[in-house]
Design a binder for this molecule. Sequence first.
Ligand code: NAD
Ligand code: MG
Length: 390
Amino acid sequence: MQRLTVLGATGSIGVSTLDVVARHPDRFEIVALSGHRQIERLAEQCLQFAPRYAVVADAAAATVLAGRIAGRVTTEVMHGVDALEVIAALPEVDTVMAAIVGAAGLRPALAAARSGKRILLANKEALVMTGDLYMREVAAHGATLLPIDSEHNAVFQCLPPQHHQGVRRILLTASGGPFRRTPIADLANVTPEQACAHPNWDMGRKISVDSATMMNKGLEVIEARWLFDTPAERIDVVIHPQSIVHSMVEYVDGSVLAQMGNPDMRTPIAHALAWPERIESGVSPLDLAASANLVFERPDFERFPCLKLAFDALKAGGGTPAVLNAANEIAVAAFLEHRLGFRAIADVIARTLDQLPGRPADTLDQVFSADAEARAVAARIVAQQAGAAA
Ligand code: NAD
Ligand code: MG
């Protein structure tokens, strides 16, 4: 029996995780769930899985949740960031699904590493911010890190089991998002609704906007650099609009291994949950004859300046990826609230990076201060842009 904590249980990845878990009651037991502010959904999940603990954002949310489940399950309701760290490190838990979105997921993801858990990492921002610091914590505490991001899960499946003998390149595929063919001049006026209508994947709003700007792929390049200990020069991005090939590994002999499947996150989730075994995920089998032609293209940095910013941030190293990530979170939130145009997302990030060069990231405190500084600078730039537009 594998005993699980699901951080971010009420999100897109969390719901898919519980869907797979529910198919295998003989293999998995839910010990703890977190849901921040989606109390109705978390209450339903508590009633279905009867976890020992549930964590929400604050005391008010905790009172509401406790009221919803009182007398029906004995789940203990807790709140706050400390409580997220507690459920990530419980001695009775084997595996932690890290599926909180953004920098908010970093502390609990670190707590899971430091308590030697098997970590299923969806929360790419945590790794982007801390880079090798996170990988060192994983190694030092004997934790196991398994990638949930579909591209990285695909690479993991295509890499040789020992070392990376004979690997020439990692090829991350990208759908190109909803604006792959939109005239660049029209991008300034696209709405959050259009940006969140991803052609292939049904995801949370933040990552959907990241996919539309291709910052998502930029964050994934940084994520791949650390997960697979591979320098940026050996990580390439290929646009593949059908999202059937989830990524590839090229070997020195000319072989290219790809992992394919329908675009459904339950495949990488089931893979990581059961690894090294395989289990049913509920994903329908891939019908290659019925799929459209598989197309591959080179990405265009003019259309997707965020991708270039991410490659540059990775090269700059230190705290620069944390600055990039924080500025992106602020800019995307402003865009989703109609306070910033779509094209201005990249401008805000670029200007924040210009103002905060060379931030160190040797310690966690330094990472958090780079994150905080970048949030303040980016928020100021957003406010200026809004003022200029008004
Ligand atoms: P989502 O917005 O659907 O869900 C986010 C979850 O985090 C929710 O449970 C929410 O309650 C919780 N949360 C939000 N803010 C929080 C905070 N401040 N403190 C604690 N909890 C908070 O997001 P998602 O699409 O499920 O993505 C989750 C993570 O997985 C992201 O890092 C994303 O990049 C990554 N990811 C998602 C997909 C996908 O298909 N959705 C694919 C690959 C990677
Ligand atoms: Mg991905």
